[in-house]
Each structure stands twice: as C-alpha cells, then as structure tokens.
Design a protein around this ligand. Sequence first.
Ligand SMILES: CC(C)=CCC/C(C)=C/CC/C(C)=C/CC/C(C)=C/COP(=O)(O)OP(=O)(O)O
Ligand SMILES: O=P(O)(O)OC[C@@H](O)CO
Ligand SMILES: [Mg+2]
Length: 247
Amino acid sequence: MQVEEYLDKIAESEGTVHLTLIDPASQTPDQAAEIAHAAALGGTDAIMVGGSTGAGGVLLDQTLLKIKEKTDKPTILFPGNASGVSKHADAIFFMSLLNSRDINYITTNQAMGAPVVYKSGIEPISMAYIIVEPGGTVGWVGDAKLIPKRKPELAVAYALAGKYLGMHYTYLEAGSGADSPVTPEMIGAVKHVLGNNKLIVGGGIRDGETAKMCALAGADMIVTGTILEESSNVTAKIEELVSAIKK
Ligand SMILES: CC(C)=CCC/C(C)=C/CC/C(C)=C/CC/C(C)=C/COP(=O)(O)OP(=O)(O)O
Ligand SMILES: O=P(O)(O)OC[C@@H](O)CO
Ligand SMILES: [Mg+2]
C-alpha cells in the first residue's frame, strides 16, 4: 500500500493519525532509531524525518537506514530544502511553503529536488505548508509572512488556494517548539473548507490534552517532535498522545 493511502485509511478508521518527527541533526542515527522504535511501540503511525537546518546528506541517509532497521513504520521525508531528499525513505511530503516571500521555498527547492524523487522512486505526497505565528526557526528560514494567530480567515485563504492547486494535504505549522500550538478556531475554520482533504497540525503540541483539542477541532494528523526529543520515556509519551487522539 502507498503511504498516502495508508495514512488516509488510519484517519478514516481511527479518527486521527499520529506522526513522530525526528530531526537528523538533533541526535546520532542510532539514537534516532531508538526514538523511532520506542515511538512505534507506543503506537505512532509513521516517522517523519527532517529539520530546517543541517538535515541532509550522509546524516539523513544514515538516520533513515538505522530507523528502518528498528521499525516497519513508514518513513516520510519532511525536507527543509532540496538536500532533504533521500532514496532511503518511503515517501516525501512534497510541500510548497505557500506563505513564503522567498521563491526558493515556493517552487525552486521543489524543482531541484523533483528529479531526485523521480529517480529514487519514493512516493511524493503533495502538501500545502502554511506557517502560523510564532513560526519558530522554520518561519525564519522559510521567510514566511506569518499568519497572525487570531486571523483564521488568512489560514483559510491559503488552505483553499492549496486545495485548488491540487494539493492533497495541508499542514498548519506553529513552528517547532512553539509555546502554544495553532488555535482550535483556526484548525476548525481550515478543516471546514478542506472537506475530505487531510489536515496536519504541528508545532508546540506536548501532551495528550493539547493533541486531543487539535484533533477535536478538526486535525486529521498530529505531529510531535520536540517533546519526544525531551522525553525520558518516549513509548509512554506516545501512548499518552495516541490514546488521546484515537477513537
Ligand atoms: C519538496 C522539497 C524538495 C523541498 C521543500 C522545501 C520547503 C518548502 C521547505 C519549507 C521551509 C522549511 C525550512 C521547512 C523545514 C521543515 C521542518 C523539517 C521543520 C521542523 O524541523 P525541526 O527540526 O523540528 O525544527 P528545527 O529545525 O527548528 O529544530
Ligand atoms: O517540535 P514540535 O513542537 O513538536 O513541532 C513539530 C513540527 O510541527 C515542527 O515542524
Ligand atoms: Mg530540529
């Protein structure tokens, strides 16, 4: 089964998907594989691999290879630029940062990365990437014109544009390590116009209660990264998050 179909099926049958984000720059490949293994035991559905700084090349390849030794969960690239593509992943979130001011993040990195995706045969999953305040490192790196937290209508406008451009997924991003995630009002307003298109929410989600709030507001998939890097018991943390968002 293709990864997109796999994720969509889980969203349908279990209500919400949990995605574990691993940044190859944050630990060794062996440590990354331990986190992925522990996350799989806790019930995560797939492993996203990427970071906004220094996440390409040998470190990315080694991280993916080690993760694949330790778990059968699908691996999905979450690239910060064209160097974030690796043939060792199962799929890639092939995203355009719709509210960037920099054409590099709207189409150029995509053009530079596309031939690598083509040759490697990994599955591209088209995605509209929208960054909301505070935006964190990724907002700065991607030169995003941040969507104000209290302006859901602007997020709705970008999400609709992505949908009409044919993108299957929409990712509302508050930035890795954000103090608080995207508001339920914004999530609900965006999901309302997306209909059956899948909505991913990430940035600043640290506990089951917050994850549940995002899921109830309309998120189809929840991403957590930072909290897992900080957890002493990744399996228990994932169990907390997963049990809060699944039917
Ligand atoms: C499709 C291709 C080949 C490239 C897309 C390139 C685009 C649009 C990038 C968007 C801007 C960007 C810098 C995204 C990075 C996404 C990401 C991996 C963020 C989270 O990484 P963390 O490691 O959690 O955050 P820090 O890097 O801030 O720690
Ligand atoms: O690290 P956290 O805050 O979980 O954010 C995850 C993801 O949305 C970052 O791209
Ligand atoms: Mg990081």
